[in-house]
Design a protein around this ligand. Structure first.
Ligand SMILES: C[S@@+](CC[C@H](N)C(=O)[O-])C[C@H]1O[C@@H](n2cnc3c(N)ncnc32)[C@H](O)[C@@H]1O
Length: 280
């Protein structure tokens, strides 16, 4: 792949998804796009890009699907899920009237392990929730990975990562070489395509936003804009959770830390626009 084509791919994925790739990633780009060329019977990455740039949305989506990194696993990093169980849900139950739904958004859900982990925790907390409605909305930019999430199908390796055996036996059934999570669990998650670069206002207000292990792929100004949008979408007493390598520090002043747990980010109101000083 020639250097100018590498640069065009880098520009394309940055515009389409906010993802920052550097020229050292040329091998990665080639490895990820080669299967697309074969499947689409296209002669070169140059041709694939040209068609996507000229408006072939299906091919543009194929490039995005190929260049996103979908690494995830059940109960990833454990602590955020412990905080969800031990701090977030109890606090929300104590503050919200019983008739009001609790709304959760997994903003880069990949193949679904994150929202499915939340469903399993909510089942454990059924008695505490006392019939309260908890909505789980889960989005991703990749259509291919969302289709996998909606299928609820996982291979042996995936169910061995982070998932307690008790939950494997309780929620999954063997399906050939794979495992299928119960349809009841799949139905409790509203999967939809959403690009974090887009305006999320139509999604409504959330009590909890999981935005984990996706901002690492973006530059600082993009992260700042996304933090702003999430802060605006959160209830004033809502929570945001990030990945282990992600932080608001030096990027945004729209969040404070929870007094008991600094990994829980609490939204702050947008500062009133500065009133211009009067000139005589
Ligand atoms: C590494 S996975 C993280 C999955 C999960 N949140 C976790 O922590 O395990 C990152 C996900 O972000 C998605 N992604 C990348 N850019 C995105 C964007 N602009 N909008 C929405 N999702 C995006 C990718 O498709 C991928 O599935």
């Amino acid at each position: 792949m020639s250097a100018p084509v590498v640069l065009r791919v880098i520009e394309f994925i940055n515009k389409a998804a906010g993802i920052v790739l550097t020229t050292e990633k040329a091998y990665f780009i080639e490895a990820r796009l080669s299967p697309v060329l074969r499947e689409e019977s296209l002669p070169s990455i140059d041709e694939l890009l040209t068609r996507a740039e000229r408006g072939d949305r299906r091919l543009a989506q194929r490039i995005v699907d190929a260049l996103t990194t979908n690494e995830t696993f059940f109960f990833r990093d454990k602590a955020p899920f412990d905080h969800f169980r031990n701090i977030i849900i109890p606090e929300l139950i104590s503050r919200r009237p019983p008739g009001k739904a609790i709304r959760i958004w997994c903003a880069a859900c990949s193949s679904g392990q994150e929202p499915f982990s939340l469903v399993m925790i909510l089942d454990e907390l059924k008695a505490q929730l006392g019939g309260r409605n908890v909505e789980i909305h889960a989005s991703d930019i990749s259509e291919a990975i969302l289709n996998k999430a909606k299928s609820g199908t996982f291979n042996q390796f995936e169910v061995q990562r982070g998932l307690p055996t008790k939950m494997l036996l309780q929620y999954f059934q063997k399906d050939g070489d794979n495992w299928k999570i119960s349809q009841d669990v799949v139905r409790r998650v509203n999967f939809f395509k959403f690009n974090l670069l887009d305006d999320p206002r139509s999604l409504g207000t959330f009590d909890v936003v999981f935005c984990r292990n996706v901002l690492i792929y973006f530059d600082r100004p993009t992260r700042a804009k996304i933090f702003d949008k999430i802060a605006d979408r959160l209830a004033p007493d809502g929570f945001m959770l990030l990945g282990g390598a992600e932080s608001t520090f030096g990027v945004t002043d729209r969040f404070a830390s929870h007094p008991k747990e600094r990994m829980l980010h609490l939204p702050l109101a947008r500062k009133a626009a500065a009133i211009p000083a009067r000139t005589a």
